[in-house]
Write a protein that binds this ligand. Sequence first.
Ligand SMILES: Cc1cc2nc3c(=O)[nH]c(=O)nc-3n(C[C@H](O)[C@H](O)[C@H](O)COP(=O)(O)OP(=O)(O)OC[C@H]3O[C@@H](n4cnc5c(N)ncnc54)[C@H](O)[C@@H]3O)c2cc1C
Length: 482
Amino acid sequence: MRVAIAGAGLAGLSCAKYLIDAGHTPIVLESRDVLGGLVAAWKDEDGDWYETGLHAFFGAYPNMLQLMAELGIEDRLQWKQHTLIFNQPDKPGVLSRFDVPDIPAPFNVIVSILRNNDMLTWEQKVRFAIGLTPAIVRGQKYVEEMDKYSMDEWLRRQGIDEKVSTDVFIAASKALTFINPDEVSSTILLTALNRFLQERYGSKIAFLDGSPTERLCQPIVDYITAGGGEVHLKKPLKEIQLHEDGTVKGFLMRGLDGAADEVITADAYVSAMSVDVMKVLTPSSWKTMAFFQKLDGLEGVPVINLHLWFDRKLTDIDQLLFSRSELLSVYADMSVTCKEYADPDRSMLELVLAPAKDWIDKSDDEIIAATMKDLERLFPQHFGTDNPAKLRKFKVVKTPRSVYTATPGRQAYRPDQVTPVPNFFLSGSYTMQRYLGSMEGAVLSGKLTAQALVNSQWLSDLSHSTNDSASTRHQPQPMAKI
Ligand SMILES: Cc1cc2nc3c(=O)[nH]c(=O)nc-3n(C[C@H](O)[C@H](O)[C@H](O)COP(=O)(O)OP(=O)(O)OC[C@H]3O[C@@H](n4cnc5c(N)ncnc54)[C@H](O)[C@@H]3O)c2cc1C
C-alpha cells in the first residue's frame, strides 16, 4: 500500500516508520526545508545549533524510547540525575530540589515530596495527597472527567490553597503546555502526575546528545528510505483533492521556486500537519461532518524559544531547571547538558518563554532585554553586578502556533486518527492519545495512525483488488506493541 503523508514532524515520521515495518510504502511530504516540525533545529553562521524548542525526554515516554531502541540510537539520550530542580522566586539564585530516590514507584516520588520543605508546608503536602487520592484510585477515567476544570479550579475543589498553584503548578503548567495554571485543564497535570506516580523512572529526564533534526529525525528518515519509502522536503500540501464520493483522489502539492504544482496519488493519505494547518486545508465538503467541525475547538498555543550565548560559564548544573518566573518556563545550560553543544568555558542558555501571547509580536531586542532582567534573579552572581556576564549573541525562535492549547474542555475536541473518510487519516500530537501535546504523543499518534491504516478494512479490500507491487518489496513485521 502506498501512503502519502503530509508533514515530517515526529508524528509523520513515526507513522512512516511503522508503515515500513508493516510492509507498506510511505511517501512523506514536508513543506519546509527542514525535518522535525516543532523539534526542528538550524545552524547559525558560526555553526552553533538553535532550536524550535528546548526538549526534555522523560522516562515515562515508552513509545519514544522504543522507537529509538528500534533505530539503534537509544544511547543518544543523555540521562540526568533523577531530580527536579526549581528556582525560588523569593530567594534569587537559590534552588530547591526534589531528589527522587531509587526505590519503587510511587514511594520514590512520595519520598521526594516529603523531603522537600522549601516549596510545600506539611499541611499542603497532606491536603495535596488527599486531593490526589481519586486520581490514583480511579485512574485515567477520573483524570479525563476533570478536563472541565482548570488546574486552579481543581485545586480549590480539593481544598488545596492557591500557594501550591503559584509555587508548584505554575512551573509544571508552563513547562507542559506553555500556559498558566488558571488557564490549563487539570487533566494535563493530573495525567503527568499519574505517570510519574506509576513509573519508577517516569520523571527521570534525558536530553538528546545533539540537535533533534540530525540526531533523531534523520535516523528515522534513513530507516524509511532504506525500507523503500520516500521523504521529500520543500513539498507543501496545497489542496486535498477529492473524488465525487468524498474520498481523497490526490494531494495537490505546491510547486516551489518556479516549479509547477503536482498531484501525488496513493492508496491512502495522512495529514501529519498541525491542527491549525489541517483546519485551513479541510475540503469544504468535509466541513459539514461533525468530525472535522470539532477541529475548530483546537488551536496552537504561542511559545518562544531563546538561546543566549555568554562569555563565561554561568553554572555547572547538568539538568533542566524550572524558573518559576512570570516570563520564563524551563531552561538549561546546553553547554553542560548536551554533548554536541558542549563548551567548557562559556554557557549557552536555552530558555522557553511562556505564556508568550503578550510577547510573540514584540521585537527580539525587547524579548532579550526582559530575559536579561530575569537572569538577575536566576544567576545573581553573574548579572546586576560590577562585572556582569557578557551576552555574546542570541537567537529568538518564535512559534505563534505550537502544540494545541490545553484549556479545559479540549479533550472532547481532540480527534481520533481514523476519520469518516475511509482513505484519509490524521496524525499529530493533538490527535487523541494519552500523552498530550508532547514528543511522546507525536510518536504514539504516528504509530496509532499506522496501525489504523494497516487494520483498515476498506484499504485491505482495495489492496486485494489491485496489484500493489510495493507491498511485496518488504518483509512485513508484526506491528510494534503500544
Ligand atoms: C518550545 C517547545 C518546547 C517543547 N518542549 C517539549 C519537551 O520538552 N518535551 C516534549 O515531549 N515535547 C515538547 N514540545 C512539544 C513537541 O515538540 C511536539 O508535541 C511534537 O514535536 C509535535 O509533533 P507533531 O509531528 O505532532 O507536529 P509538528 O511538529 O507540528 O509537525 C507538523 C509538520 O507538518 C508540516 N507542515 C505544515 N504544513 C504543511 C503543509 N501544507 N504541507 C506539508 N507539511 C506541512 C510542518 O512543517 C511540520 O514539520 C515542545 C514544543 C515546543 C514548541
